[in-house]
Design a protein around this ligand. Structure first.
Ligand code: FAD
Length: 381
C-alpha cells in the first residue's frame, strides 16, 4: 500500500520549489548566524506549512499526516527539517491535545503563522534520559505556581516566545505517574532567564540554550492539562516526535548516500572512477541496502501512524536503527569523499556533524533498546 496520492505529489512539488528558492541559498548564512530568521518562519506560515494538520480556526488546513511526512522528507533531505516541523508538529500538539480553548487560541495561531516560536524544556544539567531526576519545581501559591530550576540543551531556547517546562509539582512523589506537570512560561515573565546559546559541534542553525527559572511566577491557568499528568502527556506526544526524527534521519541518510554515489562516480584515482574499485562499489551497495531497509521501516511506520495503530515499540526500533544506520552511512559517504569530505564546501561535512545528535536526542539509542527490551518482557537493570 502506498502512502501518497496525487495531491501529496503536487504538494511535494510546491515544497521542493520553496526549498530551492528560500532554503538552499540561505543555509550557510543561517548556520553562521546560528539562527533561522523569523522572516523565514512567517514565510513558511504564509505557505501554510506550519501545523497543516490543525483546525482552520487555529490557522491549520485540517489535512492528514501525509503532508507533514512530505515536509519532513523534503526539508530533511536538505537537513533543515526542524525549521519547519519543530514548532508546529513536535511542540504544538501538547497545546492542541491537552489545553483549554483559551490557551489554544493564545498560542496556536502564533505557531501556524510563524510569528511565535515555542520550545519544550525537559532536560536539566543533572538529568536527561531519566526524567525522574527532574528537579525544577513548581510550588503552588494561591492561583499561581512559583518555578525554580534550570534546564539545558533546549532547542530554540534563546529565540522562543514561550517554553513548555517540565516541573515537579508534587514534591512528595517521585513517581512518573503523578509527580510532574507541564507548565507554559512566556518570554518576558519575571524570573525566566535565557542563558547563553550553547556552542555545539553541529546543528548550528538551531539555537540551543540553557534556561533558568528564579522565583518565576506563572498563573496556574498556564498548566497544560491536569496537575501531575505531565509524564503521561510527554509519552503521548513523544511517539510522534520520534517518528518525525526517524523520518528526518532517513531523509538525511538518503541524501548522504546520493552524495557518496555522485562523488565516487565523478572522482578518479589510478585512472578510474573511485566508485569502480570493488571495495568502494561494495561499500556503496551496503549503504544502499541499509538505506532501503530504513525506508521500508519508515514507510510502514507512517502507514501505521496514519491508521492510528500503537507504534511505541516499532518507532523505538526505527529510531534506534535509522539513527545508527544514518551515522554509519555518514561515515562511509564521508570516507568516499576523501579530504574533500572534511571541507565545508561539500555538504557531507555538515551532514556528518549534524547526524551525530540523532543517536542522543528524542530518546537515545540506549533508551530505545530499553523500550524494545521491555516490550519483550525483559527488564534490563
Ligand atoms: C542538539 C540537541 C537538541 C536538544 N534539544 C532538546 C530540547 O529541545 N528539549 C529538551 O528537553 N532536551 C533537548 N535535548 C537533550 C536531549 O534530549 C538529551 O541530551 C537526551 O535525553 C540524553 O540526556 P543526557 O544528555 O542527560 O544524557 P544521559 O541521560 O546522562 O545519558 C548519558 C549516556 O548514558 C546512556 N544511558 C542513560 N540511561 C541509560 C540506561 N538506562 N541504560 C543504558 N544507557 C543509558 C545514554 O543513552 C547516553 O548514552 C537536546 C539535545 C541535543 C544534543
Amino acid at each position: 500500500m502506498g502512502i501518497y496520492k496525487e495531491e501529496h505529489d503536487i504538494f511535494r512539488a510546491t515544497v521542493k520549489k520553496f526549498i530551492e528558492k528560500e532554503v538552499i541559498p540561505n543555509i550557510e548564512e543561517w548556520e553562521e548566524k546560528e539562527e533561522i530568521p523569523r522572516a523565514f518562519m512567517t514565510k513558511c506560515g504564509e505557505m501554510g506549512f506550519l501545523g497543516m494538520w490543525m483546525d482552520e480556526k487555529y490557522g491549520g488546513l485540517e489535512v492528514g499526516f501525509e503532508y507533514t511526512a512530505v515536509l519532513v522528507e523534503e526539508f530533511g533531505k536538505v537537513n533543515a527539517a526542524m525549521a519547519v516541523v519543530g514548532s508546529s508538529d513536535i511542540i504544538a500538539p501538547y497545546i492542541y491535545d491537552f489545553c483549554t480553548d483559551e490557551m489554544k487560541m493564545k498560542y496556536l495561531p502564533g505557531i501556524t503563522s510563524g510569528k511565535m516560536v515555542p520550545a519544550v524544556a525537559m532536560t536539566e544539567p543533572n538529568t536527561g534520559s531519566d526524567l525522574k531526576g527532574v528537579r525544577t519545581s513548581a510550588v503552588s501559591d494561591g492561583d499561581d505556581y512559583i518555578i525554580n530550576g534550570q534546564k539545558t540543551f533546549i532547542t530554540s531556547g534563546n529565540s522562543c516566545d514561550f517554553v513548555i517546562v517540565v516541573c515537579k509539582t508534587n514534591p512528595d512523589s517521585n513517581s512518573l505517574s503523578n509527580a510532574f506537570s507541564l507548565i507554559i512560561v512566556d518570554d518576558g515573565t519575571p524570573g525566566f532567564i535565557k542563558g547563553r546559546k550553547l556552542n555545539k559541534m553541529g546543528m548550528h542553525m538551531q539555537d540551543t540554550a540553557e534556561l533558568f527559572f528564579e522565583d518565576c511566577r506563572v498563573p496556574k491557568t498556564n498548566r497544560i492539562g491536569e496537575e501531575g499528568k505531565g509524564f503521561k502527556y510527554l509519552m503521548a506526544e513523544l511517539q510522534k516526535e520520534r517518528l518525525i526524527m526517524v523520518m528526518w534521519g532517513q531523509a538525511m541518510a538518503e541524501a548522504m548516500l546520493q552524495m557518496g554515489i555522485d562523488y565516487a562516480k565523478s572522482r578518479e584515482a589510478f585512472g578510474q572512477p573511485i566508485a569502480t574499485f570493488q571495495h568502494n562499489a561494495f561499500k556503496i551497495a551496503d549503504m544502499a541496502t541499509q538505506v532501503q531497509l530504513g525506508r521500508s521501516l519508515v514507510n510502514e511506520l507512517i502507514i501505521d501512524f496514519i491508521a492510528g495503530n500503537n507504534i511505541v515499540t516499532k518507532v523505538s526500533m526505527a529510531k534506534l536503527y535509522v539513527a545508527e544506520m544514518a551515522n554509519d552511512v555518514a561515515a562511509k559517504s564521508f570516507q568516499l569523499h576523501g579530504g574533500y569530505g572534511f571541507m565545508e564546501e561539500y555538504p557531507i561535512a555538515r551532514y556528518y556533524r549534524d547526524i551525530r545528535a540523532q543517536t542522543v536526542y528524542a530518546g537515545s539509542s540506549e533508551i530505545m533498546r530499553l523500550v524494545i527490551a521491555r516490550s519483550l518482557g525483559i527488564e534490563p537493570t
